[in-house]
Design a protein around this ligand. Structure first.
Ligand SMILES: NC(=O)c1ccc[n+]([C@@H]2O[C@H](COP(=O)([O-])OP(=O)(O)OC[C@H]3O[C@@H](n4cnc5c(N)ncnc54)[C@H](OP(=O)(O)O)[C@@H]3O)[C@@H](O)[C@H]2O)c1
Length: 283
């Protein structure tokens, strides 16, 4: 495998690079400093020079509120650049793997979303990521769309992931209690992605840890294990007055991966245990 990676400085990108390096695989890792994927000419040149057989497209504007306040950037990075990479993948006859999100769903239902549930995004992040999905599906034959949700682990930008990694924790924090979804340990996601991309099992995947939780469930469990003193104050999302709407209930059911690869994703509690073990091992 000879892989091109966009968004390699992000949480998922860094973890995939770490695992590829360990496997001594060939890859070209880029992020915005080396290659701005909104520049189609430059991106084409880099990719046609390198000629990967796999494109791992992780670059995104992943800040949900940022997408609402800068819609043009969200469209260019999440939507149009994905079209550009899909066209390049098709011309190079490379496999294309694109990461998408639970935010393509409205979250208004009572059940977990399967790979074939109907998307109906409620914010600009979800709308632009869904546009990226459409380009990949329409343009590429050999594609994988990997939807994931609420990443935690090394380098994840999510507020609580960073909070757990902090040496000096604040006296108290507010944590949202009325949004429910699947949580995903970034190491488990990277392992699944590298497994999927080596296969010929094209299509849509939901890759998340099993189980459903709120961020409050997550932090309370972490507190029990790590025994930090921070007081946790449960708040409702509306109290934060955020620019973007969020899906209220958007867990993802991981049917295709389990069926096609005969394996089960670990629970989010197992993922959290592994992450905490890693944090406590740090000097
Ligand atoms: N994080 C989550 O909870 C979550 C949930 C569901 C799905 N996902 C999806 O999973 C993928 C990886 O997420 P992540 O958490 O690793 O995201 P991340 O940490 O935000 O990484 C994305 C990387 O892409 C870079 N980037 C932005 N614009 C770019 C451009 N024009 N050219 C090149 N690189 C650019 C970002 O740089 P800057 O930081 O400088 O902008 C960042 O380093 C994304 O597709 C995301 O939509 C994430």
């Amino acid at each position: 495998m000879k892989a091109f990676i966009s968004g390699a400085a992000g949480a998922l990108g860094q973890e995939v690079v770490r695992q590829l390096r360990r496997a001594k695989a060939k890859f070209l890792a880029t992020d915005i400093k080396q290659l701005d994927i909104t520049d189609f000419q430059k991106t084409s040149k880099v990719l046609f020079d390198y000629r990967p057989d796999v494109i791992l497209h992780f670059a995104a504007v992943s800040d949900v509120d940022g997408c609402e306040t800068d819609r043009d950037r969200a469209l260019r990075v999440n939507g149009l650049s994905t079209m550009g990479l899909a066209i390049i993948a098709k011309r190079l006859r490379a496999k294309m793997l694109y990461t998408s999100t639970n935010c393509v769903f409205s979250g208004a239902g009572e059940d977990a979303y399967t790979e074939y549930s109907r998307p109906d995004p409620v914010n600009e992040y979800g709308r632009t990521k869904l546009l990226g999905e459409s380009y990949v599906k329409d343009i590429c034959d050999r594609y994988f769309i990997v939807r994931t949700s609420w990443l935690f682990g090394r380098n994840a930008k999510t507020y609580l992931s960073r909070f757990l990694a902090e040496e000096k924790k604040p006296a108290s924090i507010n944590v949202i209690c009325d949004q429910f979804a699947s949580l995903t340990y970034v190491e488990h996601l990277a392992e699944a992605i590298l497994r999927i991309v080596k296969s010929e099992n094209y299509g849509i995947y939901h890759i998340v840890n099993s189980g459903i939780a709120s961020w409050l469930d997550f932090v309370l469990r972490a507190k029990k294990i790590m025994r930090f003193r921070t007081t946790i104050r449960a708040i409702k999302i509306e109290e934060l007055n955020l620019p973007a709407k969020r899906p209220r209930y958007s867990p993802l059911a991981s049917h295709n991966y389990e069926y096609l690869f005969s394996c089960q994703m670990k629970t989010w509690e197992e993922g959290l245990n592994e992450y905490i073990t890693l944090l406590l091992r740090k000097p």
